[in-house]
Design a protein around this ligand. Structure first.
Ligand code: ASP
Ligand code: MG
Length: 409
């Protein structure tokens, strides 16, 4: 049975006209005799409002009831879309997470999907009924509603497509694909026809916000092709797929950036074994993720400095933690810098070709941009720079790595 999974994000369902537009898109596939599952997000802005409501109502952070409230946005869009389709003569029905069911663990507010029972869905699809599923929500083994974390509808869509053995998962959104850089920052950015899971994973985790990171990891695990395309224009989008299916592996396929990180420098750490371990253990105990790390070597003194980056939202907490372990580690002081931007160049070609780092550093040096921290992986090089240079750095790197689109003059 060939099934297609279509996922629509919040901006694609923002109001009644948008929902009609989505219904027309679904109808077009239905008329081609396709078996269709639609995964929907909440209407734009709804989840934010629901989160605010819970915060204003209670300070106790009752995450079980939080999930009951915030999952409701998706329920509304699912019902509205199903009734619109029925009006158009397209047989459709909504399925809540617990009705399917989509079983998750009990980590409320950022649950993980354990398994999806497909029997009910398949029998509905066999009756040529479109199944409309609210993204973001599941049910725990304790029979409580759970949510998958912000942006989680992408995870729902990919998980459902994998469970149903669909050929691909089509993610309809407000942009028409994945670009070599954010087109709002780099006007010469080009749409990528294909991008590998690994590259997409790096792009998503380095700040490109089109796909939720966990959904990309899931697609990679099941080798499920993900097609990112626009809900508003009829254009081909970007295919996210296995690297084997990309003939020409570029050194650099894209440039991502993030303004969401801050840098901490711990000055004067007595140079002896076990210090970094102590420091990062203390952060880890509070679930604070560290991204980039550099340690200066102690040449003539017996102390080193350690710099690392964390999410800006966790800066305050991190400073507190450092304060608590200062005596034990014996460092002098902590410096912070939150006016920073992280820029990453990403490409699977880097695995086999050298010279990318050199070119990146030369390009930034030419513009007199200072590098505060550097980190690398097999397919990515990231640098931390002063936030005010973000645009200049991104555009310069985009040109240097031949990503600029030809302008038709
Ligand atoms: N509505 C949820 C959110 O805004 C889930 C999603 O749209 O993916 O985070
Ligand atoms: Mg989204």
């Amino acid at each position: 049975m060939s099934i297609i999974v279509m996922k629509f994000g919040g901006t694609s369902l923002a109001d009644i006209n948008c929902i009609r537009n989505v219904a027309n898109k679904v109808q077009a596939q239905y008329l081609k005799n396709k078996k269709i599952v639609v995964v929907v997000s909440a209407m734009a802005g709804t989840t934010d409002n629901l989160v605010k409501l819970t915060e204003n109502m209670s300070s106790s952070r009752d995450l079980k009831e939080y999930d009951v409230v915030v999952s409701s946005g998706e329920q509304v869009s699912a019902g509205l879309l199903a009734m619109t389709l029925n009006d158009l003569g397209v047989k459709a029905r909504s399925w809540m997470g617990w009705q399917i069911p989509i079983f998750t663990d009990s980590i409320h507010y950022k649950a993980n999907i354990d398994r999806i029972e497909t029997e009910n869905l398949i029998s509905s699809l066999c009756q040529h009924e479109v199944a409309i599923i609210p993204g973001f929500q599941g049910v725990s083994e304790e029979n409580r509603i759970t949510t998958l974390g912000r942006g989680g509808s992408d995870i729902s869509a990919v998980a459902i497509a994998a469970a149903l053995n669909a050929n691909s998962c089509d993610i309809y959104t407000d942009v028409d694909g994945i670009y070599t850089a954010d087109p709002r920052m780099v006007p010469k950015a080009q749409k990528l026809e294909k991008v590998s899971y690994e590259e997409m994973l790096e792009m998503a985790s380095q700040g490109a916000k089109v796909l939720q990171t966990r959904s990309v990891a899931l697609a990679m695990k099941y080798k499920l092709k993900v097609n990112v395309l626009s809900s508003f224009e009829n254009k081909t989008g970007t295919l996210v797929l296995d690297e084997e299916e990309i003939m020409e592996k570029k050194n650099v396929s894209g440039i991502a950036f993030s303004l969401d990180e801050a840098k901490l420098t711990v000055v004067g750490i007595p140079d002896k074994p076990g210090q970094a371990s102590k420091l990062f253990k203390a952060l880890g105990a509070k679930a604070i993720n560290v991204d980039m790390i550099v340690q200066s070597s102690s040449v003539d003194s017996n102390a080193t400095d350690l710099s690392f980056t964390i999410a800006k939202t966790e800066l305050k907490e991190s400073i507190k933690i450092m304060g608590a372990i200062q005596k034990d580690i014996g460092f002098k002081k902590v410096l912070t810098d939150s006016d920073v931007a992280k820029i990453s160049v990403i490409g699977i070609g880097m695995k086999t070709q050298s010279g990318v780092a050199q070119k990146m550093f030369d390009t930034l040096a030419e513009k007199s941009i200072n590098l505060k921290v550097i980190s690398t992986s097999e397919i990515k090089i990231s640098v931390l720079i002063d936030a005010s240079y973000l645009e200049l750095a991104t555009r310069s790197l985009h040109s240097a790595f031949d990503l600029d689109k030809e302008l038709n003059i």
